[in-house]
Design a protein. Structure first.
Length: 439
């Protein structure tokens, strides 16, 4: 396993020498992982637990990983350094993490992997631990996609955004069955099967898991740790330099576009619908921020739009075209002044709720449907640019959407670790069948 790098040459011996038998293994891989897992890592540290921070290497560049790790003041104890196509990354995580966990097991340790959400790492890392009969703690468990019942509402002429928002606020107007986002909906379901403690953000997620047969005594509704991270970043906003780099954003009144989902960036019809809406807003004089990620750039190149978007950025002072920012406080500082966020991200739907910023989700459904049922989020299917534009304009500083109740909790990391400690006071995270059924 030469590909694995360690901060300390004596990593295994140092962990083995610790008198605690449980190793709380916090796993990070992507930018959202870092944002949502580090609060739990720090909480475990503060309580005196034996904690190890592992990075799979899924996001490895400065803007998506390095800068944020330095901002949060943490350094992984090991990095699996995975690379390659999707199937190669999955196999590498299972093999390499399985090796790390196996070595710790041989040292007499009980490993508790903490995996987050719906990432490839969550799916593969849970598998690696389960192979050793170690069940995971699934942070952000139970997120499932719901899709609005479009046929009942209709998206034809005379579309009424206010009526659409009201429609979305009724749980009965949503249906299950979507496999999007891809592969995230697959990942979260797989991770669940190898989980011993499910930390659900909201009651809706608990309902999903109960309907799928998971044990109710191991499902804890705790909120989402992004709420802790967002509020902590809000306290550090005065340290941000984002408005020095982009002074045009300082007075707010802009829309942030974020287009990075594989299903949007690999489908020209979907991508162009979103792009056309953004372009029309720019040409109308609306202030627009486009945060471009790797898949965004691929789509712009593949669909012949790269030169056009560069020309728009050159010719329109109201258009900011930027790569993703490395520091989380910059993201939160800017978004706290936005009029609306138009995104296909999952985490940004949560962050906008915490910040009180209207959200427009550029998908056919959402794996955070509670944010739309709550009234702060509109689902904008990527089929028609004019329809997306209409929803963005409706949501722009919309007072009712801004005042939607906050649903992702406070002191979430503390509640998460409370749940883990409660389970450990009674047994292990991996539960034998006779223990589960009480014999």
């Amino acid at each position: 396993m030469d590909e694995i790098s360690y901060t300390s040459d004596g990593f295994y011996d140092e962990v083995a020498a610790h008198d605690q038998k449980h190793v709380h293994l916090i796993l990070i891989a992507t930018k959202p992982d870092i944002i949502k897992q580090i609060p739990l890592y720090k909480e475990l540290k503060n309580r005196g637990h034996l904690v190890v921070l592992g990075h799979t290497g899924q996001h490895y560049d400065e803007n998506l990983s390095g800068g944020m790790l330095r901002e949060f003041g943490v350094e992984p104890d090991f990095n699996l350094n995975v690379r390659g196509a999707a199937h190669e990354v999955v196999s590498q995580i299972i093999g390499r993490l399985g090796y790390v966990i196996g070595q710790l097991k041989e040292k007499g340790k009980i490993v508790i992997p903490y995996v987050h959400g719906d990432t490839t790492t969550a799916m593969a890392a849970s598998n690696a631990g389960f192979c050793h009969r170690f069940a995971s703690v699934h942070v952000e468990a139970g997120i499932r996609t719901l899709t609005p019942k479009y046929r009942e509402f209709g998206l034809g002429d005379g579309f009424d955004c206010d009526a659409w928002r009201t429609f979305l606020m009724d749980r009965r107007n949503w249906e299950r069955g979507s496999q999007e986002p891809f592969p995230e909906q697959f990942n979260t379901r797989c991770a669940e099967a190898a989980t011993g403690i499910h930390l659900a953000p909201v009651e809706l997620d608990r309902d999903f898991m109960l309907s799928e047969g998971f044990c109710d005594d191991r499902i804890f509704v705790v909120g989402n740790s992004v709420a802790d991270a967002t509020r902590e970043a809000m306290e550090r906003m005065d340290e941000s330099t984002v408005f020095e780099r982009h002074p045009e954003l300082a007075d707010g009144d802009f829309v942030r576009f974020c287009i990075h989902r594989g299903e949007n960036c690999s489908n020209e019809q979907r991508f162009r619908a979103i792009y056309d809406a953004m372009k029309s807003l720019i040409e109308d004089g609306k202030k627009v921020l486009l945060i471009s990620l790797f898949k965004t750039e691929q789509a712009l190149e593949n669909f012949g739009l790269k030169k056009e978007v560069e020309t728009l950025a050159k010719n329109y002072d109201n258009f900011v075209y930027s790569p993703v920012w490395a520091e989380y406080r910059d993201v939160i500082a800017a978004m706290s002044r936005a009029a609306v966020c138009a995104t296909d991200s999952g985490s940004m739907q949560e962050e906008m709720n915490v910040l009180g910023i209207p959200c427009v989700t550029l998908r056919f459904g959402s794996d955070r449907p509670e944010s739309a049922i709550n009234g702060g989020n509109l689902i904008a299917p990527p089929i028609d640019g004019s329809l997306i534009k209409q929803m963005v304009e409706f949501a722009w500083n919309n007072a009712e959407m801004k005042n939607a109740p906050k649903i992702y909790g406070e002191n979430v990391s503390s509640k998460c670790i409370d749940a883990v400690e409660d389970v450990l006071s009674k047994g292990e995270v991996f539960r034998a069948e006779e223990e589960r059924i009480g014999l």
